[in-house]
Design a binder for this molecule. Structure first.
Ligand code: 5SP
Length: 218
């Protein structure tokens, strides 16, 4: 099966965001990945609700919202209203993760949980049947254009095993340093969704780059 490709607009030209969204509309991208950073959970600030609303006005693909924020439970309804189709919160930011996942589902969004590079997949054992996707960070969250952490391959394989052993249906999404070298190996280990920022937006031909990612045989 072809992977789901979710270009991350963190790497887009924010001064020409409408043009960048139109480009993704014309591309083979399946989702548009939106990275929300608050300067608290991660040491960077990206954009928030008004920008997401603006993106939603032009986007013709589902918005995959990745909340890299502290206290995400306070903002779930607002992000859904701003246009999110899926909302992913960090395991490390949610002492009451099950409750937040329910909150996301109650507003009819797909619910995801993200793991930082140091957080083991095994910690998801008791929540894996409740989530629609698991996002494995393959860089430390906060910045685009970082070097891929190779241990991610093992984590993807471990997550695939966990999902199979629990008869769960969560998608495996990988985010950070995805490119033509890392993508085929990630798919081999069982990844279903590839997030790519700089690899897409810094390419000379972003449309072809997205199509190539989607056509990698796993
Ligand atoms: O969440 C993040 C960074 O925290 C990612 O979505 C990055 O935006 C991916 O960027 P590249 O590594 O593909 O440039």
């Amino acid at each position: 099966m072809k992977p789901i490709i979710a270009p991350s607009i963190l790497a887009a030209d924010f001064a020409n965001l409408q043009t960048e969204i139109e480009l993704l509309n014309q591309s083979a991208a399946d989702w548009i990945h939106c990275d929300i950073m608050d300067g608290r959970f991660v040491p960077n600030i990206s954009f928030g609700l008004p920008v997401l609303q603006a993106v939603h006005k032009h986007a013709r693909k589902p918005l995959d919202v990745h909340l890299m924020i502290a206290d995400p439970q306070l903002y779930i309804e607002q992000f859904q209203k701003a246009g999110a189709n899926s909302i992913t919160v960090h395991y490390e930011a949610c002492p009451h993760l099950h409750r937040v996942i329910e909150q996301i589902k109650n507003v009819d969004c797909k619910a995801g949980v993200a793991l930082n590079p140091h957080t083991p997949v095994a910690l998801l054992e008791d929540i894996i049947n409740d989530v629609d996707l698991v996002l494995i960070m393959s860089v430390n969250p906060g910045f685009g254009g970082q070097k891929f952490i190779p241990h991610t391959y093992t984590k993807v394989a471990a997550l695939r095993e966990l999902i199979q052993s629990k008869n769960a249906h969560a998608l495996i999404e990988v985010d950070g340093g995805v490119n033509e070298e890392t993508a085929p190996l990630l798919l081999e280990q069982g990844a279903n969704v590839l997030v790519a920022g700089s690899f897409v937006f810094q390419a000379s031909d972003p449309l072809q780059t997205i199509a190539n990612l989607q056509n990698i045989a796993s």
